[in-house]
Design a protein around this ligand. Structure first.
Ligand SMILES: O=C(O)CCC(=O)C(=O)O
Length: 211
């Protein structure tokens, strides 16, 4: 099961989740949404969630999320649409540590990124350092420095439109330079029973608004 790889490596690709015609429709939808917004690179999470609810509810996705987080009731806390449509330098190696410099309780977040374009050397491959997310949890007591992150050994991920990349946010990662359109939507799930201090506050606010 792919969830074992996600837990130990911090990343794994599930190929062919959405088929060609559906990715075309999703691209058109995402493009239409982007045209109505000033900010070209981000789409309001709520709109994405409503528009792409079929994707975020797919059992192929949610079963993996539940297994990785060890809960039957994960919360889809945020969604995002990204569209780099022209050349972009990408992102240097970094980690997304939602405890802001503090050790996290363990794996409590997983993201699923659905690529709507082919991801290859001409269009921003995603690179990550397998296992690096584990350095943000006990028994470690201090999070890695940027120098540690820069010294990591990175593996490239190549993907087709319709593939889904699951990721633990703390894993060290980078985006290589982008040349062609590189569009994707992302869901961000959290285990409400295992969220750290900062995420617990976000979860509480989310549940209040939803109530
Ligand atoms: O665009 C991507 O594939 C990853 C973006 C990224 O680096 C991040 O969300 O921190």
């Amino acid at each position: 099961m792919i969830s074992g790889d996600i837990k130990s490596n911090g990343c794994a690709l599930l190929p062919g989740v959405v088929t060609g015609p559906s990715t075309k429709i999703m691209i058109e939808t995402l493009n239409g949404m982007l045209e109505t917004l000033e900010e070209m690179s981000r789409v309001n999470g709520l709109i994405v969630r409503e528009t792409f609810s079929d994707f975020f509810n797919l059992p192929q996705i949610t079963d993996v999320v539940k297994d990785v987080l060890g809960t039957d009731s994960p919360i889809l806390l945020a969604t995002r649409g990204n569209a780099s449509v022209s050349s972009d330098p990408g992102d240097p190696p970094h980690s997304n540590n939602y405890e802001w410099g503090n050790i996290a309780p363990g794996i409590s977040i997983v993201t699923a990124c659905l690529y709507l374009d082919k991801i290859d050397d001409t269009s921003g491959t995603f690179a990550y350092c397998p296992g690096s997310h584990l350095k943000y949890y006990p028994p470690y007591t201090e999070v890695p420095t940027q120098a540690d992150i820069d010294a990591g050994t990175y593996e490239e991920v190549y993907a087709e439109a319709g593939d889904v990349l699951f990721r633990i946010p703390e894993v060290w990662h980078a985006v290589r330079p982008i040349g062609n359109p590189r569009r994707y939507i992302t869901g961000f799930w959290v285990n409400p029973d295992n969220a750290g201090k900062f995420l617990s506050e976000r979860v509480e606010r989310f549940l209040e608004v939803r109530a």
